[in-house]
Each structure stands twice: as structure tokens, then as C-alpha cells.
Design a protein around this ligand. Structure first.
Ligand code: ZN
Length: 296
């Protein structure tokens, strides 16, 4: 007999109801089993589940999941693969979040679709700076022939990817002014104590006609950003800022920090341009705006 704990029940029968029903209607026990194992941290199905969880290399596990969860219900714009569902992901698990194949999350897919449909990112010849590159962006962007890609990070040695990432501080960029056409900075500033300096550095190295996407998680229930730079205890940071390596929670005033550096900012809720069904299909979340910054 299988006994689910409260968290697992909530994930599968409430937040993840649609994903669960899609799998159930396939009458594919293998798909359901694999989904459950991949979705929850301690799914009580004994040794087989544990073996699947530990299947190495990780690409083999992803290949297996890609096979059993194949379908037409969701589509990842980053890798163009289709599945029954995206996997749940996050500290507080979100349903329909992570691509089984390439690992993209909602925040990657929304940017990817925006870049593809609304910009010349995939066709124009561009110099791109990507601070603290996420694996998906690093692996995809550096192979694009139209892009001269530069990634930087304060601790590149901690990555299990990105061997070409340059060790550099975002608050002290070693590039001359007007070096880049595009800066793609996704979920980085919430980790940096002196975010004002980081923003002004990105402004400095961007071409006068260039543009930047500088996204952070924003708590829309907060009018003002909450930070206390005296706190450097991971447990306290988790409690106060939502993650052990975050140094603040941005509120609605985040946009002012970008403007303060000189940027003109357009806040785009790109998911709003899609229907409810399309949002499910591409695994999007409303209220996760794109902060498009230009120097003009
Ligand atoms: Zn994908």
C-alpha cells in the first residue's frame, strides 16, 4: 500500500491536479510511477524508486523520464520537446515547473519565448554578457553562432558546468564602457549585497543602443524591498529572505533601483499575452515580469 504524506497529497491532488489527471488518463502506470518518483523527495515506493532517483548519469535519468513522460500536453520552447507534464520543482514545490529534458524552469521559458518572439536575439549579431549563468543559458547561448557570449561569476569554480566562465565580480566588471549589446542577468541581484553597484556596472558596460534583462524574484505583496545586510546566517536568510543565499526580498520598488542607475525600464508581464491553456502548455507563471532595461 502506498501512503502519501500531506505535502505529496497537496502536490498531486491540488496544485498538481492537472498534471496528475493527464497522466492518469493515459493509464500508463510506468509514467505515473516515474512522475511520482521524480516529483517528490521521499516517495514511499521502496528500493526501485530509490534506484531511479539515483540513476546516474543524470542525463540517463532524464532520458528515461523524457521517454515515459512523452506526450503532447506541454511543450518546452527551450528544447522544443513535448511531454505529458513538466515536473514539479522548487523549495516549495510548484507543479508543472521543470522540463524533463533540458531542465528549464518557468523563468527560463518565459525569457526564452520573449527573446525568440519579440527580439532579434536569435538572428542578430550580438555581444552578450551573462553574469552568474544558469546551466540552460550557458549551454545554449555559447553555441549560438550569432552570439559572442561572455559569462562571468565570482565563484566559477563552484560550477559543475561553465568551464569558460570568467572569474569576475559583477560589482567590479573588468570591461570598458559600451562593451556589450545585451546583458542577461537572471535571478542574480538577490544574492549580491551591493546590488546598486552591480546594476550601475551593467549600465556602464552596455552599448548606448543595448538592452538588458535584469530579472529578480519580486514579492508583489511588498511595497518596499526588505533587506538587512548585517544578516549573514543561512538559516536566518532562509527564514527572512526565502533562500539561504539570498540577501533581500525585493518589493514593488525594485524597478526604482534599476532606474536609479540610469536605465529606462519596461516591466513586461509576458505571460499575460497568452491564454490560460497556452500558459499551461508552456509552463508559465503570471506575475513573473521581465524587466527590460535600456540606456535611452
Ligand atoms: Zn526543455
Amino acid at each position: 500500500m502506498v501512503v502519501l504524506n500531506e505535502k505529496q497529497c497537496n502536490l498531486l491532488f491540488h496544485n498538481g491536479a492537472k498534471c496528475f489527471c493527464l497522466i492518469e488518463t493515459r493509464y500508463d502506470l510506468l509514467a505515473l510511477f516515474s512522475f511520482l518518483v521524480a516529483s517528490t523527495d521521499n516517495f514511499p515506493m521502496g528500493i526501485t524508486a530509490q534506484l531511479l532517483k539515483k540513476l546516474k548519469p543524470r542525463s540517463l535519468r532524464n532520458k528515461w523520464l523524457s521517454f515515459v513522460l512523452r506526450g503532447k500536453e506541454v511543450e518546452c520552447p527551450c528544447c522544443n520537446r513535448q511531454f505529458i507534464t513538466f515536473l514539479p520543482a522548487g523549495l516549495q514545490k510548484r507543479a508543472n515547473a521543470q522540463c524533463v529534458n533540458c531542465g528549464s524552469l518557468e523563468r527560463h521559458r518565459i525569457i526564452w519565448m520573449y527573446l525568440k518572439k519579440e527580439t532579434g536575439f536569435f538572428t542578430s549579431s550580438l555581444k552578450v554578457l551573462n553574469p552568474a549563468p544558469e546551466k540552460l543559458f550557458y549551454t545554449k547561448l555559447r553555441t549560438m553562432s550569432n552570439i559572442e557570449y561572455t559569462s562571468i561569476d565570482l565563484y566559477p569554480e563552484k560550477y559543475d558546468y561553465g568551464s569558460k566562465t570568467i572569474k569576475m565580480d559583477l560589482t567590479d566588471l573588468q570591461f570598458v564602457e559600451n562593451s556589450f549589446d545585451v546583458v542577461l542577468c537572471n535571478h542574480v541581484l538577490e544574492h549580491i549585497p551591493n546590488d546598486a553597484k552591480a546594476i550601475s556596472e551593467m549600465y556602464r558596460v552596455l552599448n548606448k543602443d543595448g538592452w538588458a534583462i535584469i530579472n529578480v524574484p519580486v514579492d508583489h505583496t511588498r511595497e518596499t524591498t526588505f533587506e538587512d545586510l548585517t544578516i549573514d546566517n543561512p538559516q536566518q536568510q532562509l527564514e527572512l529572505f526565502g533562500q539561504p543565499d539570498h540577501v533581500r526580498v525585493y518589493g514593488k520598488d525594485y524597478v526604482n533601483r534599476l532606474k536609479h542607475a540610469g536605465f529606462t525600464v519596461e516591466v513586461i508581464d509576458y505571460a499575460e499575452r497568452f491564454t490560460h491553456n497556452e500558459m499551461f502548455k508552456y509552463g508559465m507563471l503570471k506575475g513573473r515580469e521581465i524587466y527590460l532595461c535600456t540606456k535611452k
